[in-house]
Design a protein around this ligand. Structure first.
Ligand code: PMP
Length: 380
């Protein structure tokens, strides 16, 4: 039955982690996978999450019954509020809806599936979808030119902040220009917000673009991931926020999304959504979470400054200002595939072939080794 099934290529980032695991070199460093690490190189369970986990365990009113198909209502509404802002005109006007999804990936998939079935632009089987070049591996590319030449109603997936993999975001003025063109050309914006809080350390600042588009009257989707900013990678907690023209449009869209959920995961998992909802809906916990996010963002900033300074001291050829100019979890080092191979083979430093490094993989203990290795690689 399965004799003809071809072997698929392994997912690059997971293969990299595997190779790292098997590498016996005690100096090895993993700068591949996109997860936060402490300065000890360990995964971090956010203190606020630990606290809320205890609250959940102690709450005898909770059980393991199915959630509503669209997810935990208090999670969906509080998640959308984080993206759009407490005082969002769209929320006040009752034209925002949301679906709890399996991580940011699930939210992207849900939005894409809905658009495939129902998007009202033109013949939706032919609607082009553009993503930035380069982009995150699971997005298939746009540049300034495509923005002005794309057919009416084309769909544009835009990273809300902390662009993966380049770590370079448009400025406010550039976002305004993008919005202006998109409005004029009737293009649909699908925001991918996977790093809110990680770019600047401030949730509101990182949501600027999304909120600006709302003020400009766009109907839009925004896929939110809580994997990184809550450190809930394996709980698969995401939200798809829908901003539509009016309450009636939201109602009908959600009714169709319910159908899509039913034949996909049928019902979402609860733990991650409960953790996020309780945190966002309790003032002291919310404040503590913001503080935890800032701790992560600040450590990344420190590692950026430190790596850039060390390369400067070493006199590594090239300019390295981009390390500190870029934001979020990732940096595009500019190392080419051959140099990446050298880093992996000769120095046991694991990074993506594109030259992308996860800044969180750097620690005060390995940063000298990494800087010296980059130096050696570039000079070689
Ligand atoms: N979008 C982007 C740009 C990402 O980098 C990620 C995480 N790697 C996601 C979405 C989705 O993350 P998750 O499904 O783990 O929540």
């Amino acid at each position: 039955l399965f004799g003809e099934v071809p072997q698929a290529t392994p997912v690059a980032v997971f293969k990299l982690s595997n190779d790292f695991k098997e590498d016996p070199n005690p100096m090895k460093v993993n700068l591949g996978v996109g997860a936060y690490r402490t300065d000890e190189g360990q995964p971090w369970v956010l203190p606020v999450v630990k606290k809320v986990e205890k609250i959940i365990v102690a709450d005898n009113s909770l059980n393991h019954e199915y959630l509503p198909i669209l997810g935990l209502p208090e999670f969906r509404s509080s998640a959308s509020k984080i993206a759009l802002g407490e005082d969002s005109p769209a929320i006040q006007e009752n034209r925002v809806g949301a679906v709890q999804c399996l991580g940011g990936t699930g939210a992207l998939k849900m939005g894409a599936e809905f658009l495939r079935r129902w998007y009202n632009g033109n013949d939706n089987m032919k609607t082009p979808v553009y993503v930035s070049a380069p982009t995150w591996g699971r997005h298939a590319h746009w540049n300034d030119k495509t923005l002005t030449t794309a057919p009416k109603h084309s769909i544009f997936v835009l990273h809300a902040c902390a662009h993966n993999p380049t770590g370079t975001d448009p400025t406010h003025v550039e976002w305004m220009q993008v919005a202006e063109v998109m409005k004029r050309r009737k293009l649909f914006v699908f925001f991918d917000s996977a790093y809110q809080g990680f770019a600047s350390g401030c949730l509101d600042k990182d949501a600027w673009a999304v909120r600006y588009f709302v003020t400009q009257g766009f109907e839009m989707f925004c896929a939110q991931s809580f994997s990184k900013n809550f450190g809930l990678y394996n709980e698969r907690v995401g939200n798809l926020t829908i901003v539509a023209r009016d309450a009636d449009n939201v109602r009908r869209v959600l009714s169709q999304m319910e159908k899509i959920v039913r034949v996909n995961w049928s019902n979402p998992p609860s733990q991650g959504a409960r953790l996020v909802a309780i945190t966002l809906n309790t003032a002291e916990l919310f404040a503590e979470w913001k503080d935890n996010v800032k701790t992560m963002a600040d450590r990344v900033l420190l590692m950026r400054a430190s790596l850039q300074a060390k390369l400067q001291v070493l006199g590594t050829p090239g300019t390295w200002d981009h390390i500190t100019q870029q934001i979020g979890m990732f940096s595009f080092t500019g190392l080419n595939p051959k140099q990446v191979e050298y880093m992996i083979k000769e120095r046991s430093i694991y990074l993506m072939a594109s030259g992308r490094i996860n800044m969180c993989g750097l620690t005060t203990k390995n940063i000298d080794y990494v800087a010296e290795s980059i130096h050696e690689t570039v000079v070689n």
